[in-house]
Design a protein around this ligand. Structure first.
Ligand SMILES: [Zn+2]
Length: 383
């Protein structure tokens, strides 16, 4: 699997793959700890790691004392610099891209406006950013592309993308043809969940959920160590969950759904319209609420309560060990934590253990980083 772009190729068996992923996610690990975690004998571990060490995918981490290469007591770790990935997030009007190493560390980033959604234009922009981000003489291992809509890594086709106006578009095939690098697609929230699963709050949890809030409300699920993709990639569609049938209306005509209460455009629109102050930004609205303005306070509290109900519903359905709350407007949590937790407690099933919630601050390049991790996971687990 490592062979298609690398000069020193390694043919991975499933057992080698497990060792590599364990060290990538949990490393550096001593040989004894790695063998214990994988239920392998020390000699079996040595046999599996030898070709990966020889090809430079694994390193003996520097420990105490003289760093003698090959000392069996030294911890093992993945050499993160050994492979590069490009992750691209497509939105309605912009394309964001990052280059990461094997450990999902962002090494370069760029963006382009998307003047229109005509596929040749988008392909041209994608090819441009890949050329800009790739290092000369170092082939990329894979490209990941994420977008809001129905797409999954096992399928080269974007089934539905409302913001881009695409339906049944074989985007991964077209990009692969244009740039000659293996390319996978994913829903943007699931791609963010992949980051949390291997490199974030989800490490060490076999079941967790990511709930995002921003221009939309999304949910990614890991159940029993597997990122749930569902049939054709449509899962975690919690945005239109009904909160109150007398509430504000969303763009799909639902009265009182979660989107109508808690997305940043809904919050901004509601406060700006009531106060007749169209110039207010979302962050202005948060400041007003923090200052105790009664209109802003009420709208933000209702948004926090809607979000709490969404998280409770997700927790009731899937019983996760943890819910990670993130997304572009997750900083609203600072202003609505009280209403959020009250609603979470009220809607959590009375027999359930209260779920732990971790609030993860968000940087916009996380979306593109998620796409890079999707590409990495697909390469390691499925090729
Ligand atoms: Zn709705």
């Amino acid at each position: 699997m490592f062979s298609h772009t690398e000069t020193e190729s390694v043919r991975l068996t499933d057992a080698m793959r497990s060792v590599f992923v364990e060290l990538l996610v949990h490393g550096p690990l001593s040989r004894a700890e790695a063998a214990r975690r994988l239920a392998l004998s020390p000699s079996a571990l040595t046999k599996l790691t030898k070709p990966l060490l020889e090809a430079g995918y694994l390193l003996e981490a520097a420990g105490e004392g003289p760093a003698t290469v090959g000392r069996p007591s030294q911890p093992l770790q993945v050499d993160a610099s050994r492979m590069s990935f490009v992750g691209i997030k497509l939105t309605a009007d912009e394309l964001f891209a990052v280059r990461t190493d094997l450990a999902a560390t962002v090494q370069a980033e760029t963006s382009r406006p998307l003047a229109d959604h005509e596929i040749d234009h988008v392909l041209g922009q994608i090819a441009e950013v890949i050329e800009e981000l790739a290092e000369p003489g170092r082939p990329l291992s894979a490209v990941g592309i994420s977008l809001a809509g129905i797409a999954s890594p096992s399928d080269p086709v974007v089934h539905t993308s409302p913001f881009l106006g695409w339906s049944k578009l074989p985007l991964a095939t077209l990009v692969e043809r244009a740039v000659s690098v293996p390319t996978v697609l994913d829903n943007d929230v699931r791609a963010l969940t992949a980051v949390q699963q291997w490199f974030g709050e989800g490490v060490g949890h076999s079941s967790f959920a990511l709930v995002t809030v921003g221009a939309g409300i999304g949910c990614g699920l890991v159940v029993g160590d597997r990122l749930v993709t569902g049939q054709s990639g449509a899962t975690g569609l919690v945005g239109h969950l009904q909160i109150d049938d007398r509430g504000p209306m969303c763009e799909r005509g639902h009265r009182g759904c979660a989107r109508a209460y808690a997305t940043s455009p809904s919050i901004r629109r509601s406060i700006a319209a009531t106060l007749d102050r169209p110039e207010l930004t979302f962050d202005d609205c948060l400041s007003l609420a923090a200052d105790g303005h009664p209109v802003a306070r009420r709208v933000i509290d209702e948004a926090g309560a809607a979000l709490g109900q969404v998280v409770a519903t997700v927790a009731n359905l899937t019983g996760p060990e943890l819910v990670v709350l993130s997304g572009e407007s997750v900083h609203m949590y600072d202003v609505c934590a009280g209403a959020f937790h009250a609603a979470l407690a009220r809607h959590t099933h009375w027999t359930a253990t209260p779920v732990r919630v971790a609030v993860k601050p968000f940087a916009f390049n996380e979306w593109a980083r998620g796409a890079a991790v999707t590409a990495l996971q697909h390469l390691l687990l499925h090729r």
